[in-house]
Design a protein around this ligand. Structure first.
Ligand code: SF4
Length: 217
């Protein structure tokens, strides 16, 4: 991460309280070709998540901590500026990025720099997600388990499946390209339950579910 880059006035956050509070970032992948299909992208990991998945690999991002100075928004923008000739996309990931109150202005700012925008989300805040769908190019939506009361066994939040179903509805009507992915950890979801999820999604006429094996630690 560069530390002494300049940022043009046009690219400064319009309503930043301070640079450190604008969008709390807990980590960054400088370049990836696997997190945003057909793009060479950076991934920004936003802090904060309200769910409690037992296999979470980003538990250090769940809380809203004091901003890591290495990832201040000003430095992130400087980093993207320096690479805008060969990066094509930026992914807002987490944690859960839709919990960030400045997510929309942050996306608009990065989009204005010429990047395509990807969003990794759990779909836990359907109304914020709906707003994002108007300005982003691609979505990676996590599906945790069967979309009924069993969802809360993974997320720890009562009736969380209703939020995901609402987000899925917005996604499908948006026309934006997406990927639905499920982390398979057989300690918490059975293969029979995965089949039920696949049937539920087929009824909703979604793209096929991508299943990724959990990395056990
Ligand atoms: S939604 Fe993602 S970040 Fe949040 S607890 Fe689950 S795995 Fe971790």
């Amino acid at each position: 991460m560069p530390t002494k880059e300049k940022t043009c006035i046009q690219c400064k956050p319009a309503n930043a309280e301070t640079q450190n509070e604008f969008l709390p970032i807990g980590g960054l992948i400088p370049m990836t070709t696997i997190d945003f299909p057909n793009e060479i992208a950076s991934v920004l990991f936003c802090q904060g998540c309200q769910w409690k998945c037992p296999y979470c690999h980003n538990s250090h991002l769940r809380g809203f901590q004091a901003q890591n100075i290495d990832y201040s928004w000003e430095k992130i923008i400087g980093f993207l500026h320096k690479r805008k000739n060969w990066l094509t996309g930026v992914v807002f990931s987490g944690g859960e990025p839709t919990l960030q109150k400045n997510l929309i202005p942050a996306i608009l700012q990065v989009k204005k720099m010429g990047f395509k925008i990807g969003l990794h989300t759990t779909g836990c805040l359907p109304e914020v997600f709906k707003q994002c769908l108007q300005i982003i190019d691609w979505v990676g939506l996590d599906i945790k388990t069967v979309l009924d009361e069993r969802y809360s066994k993974i997320t720890g939040q009562y009736q969380s499946h209703l939020q995901v179903l609402e987000s899925l509805k917005y996604l499908l009507s948006s026309g934006i390209d997406y990927e639905l992915r499920l982390t398979l950890d057989e300690r918490f979801i059975t293969l029979e339950e995965v089949e039920i999820v696949q049937k539920q999604l087929a009824e909703l006429k979604t793209k096929p579910l991508k299943i990724q094996k959990a990395i056990l630690r």
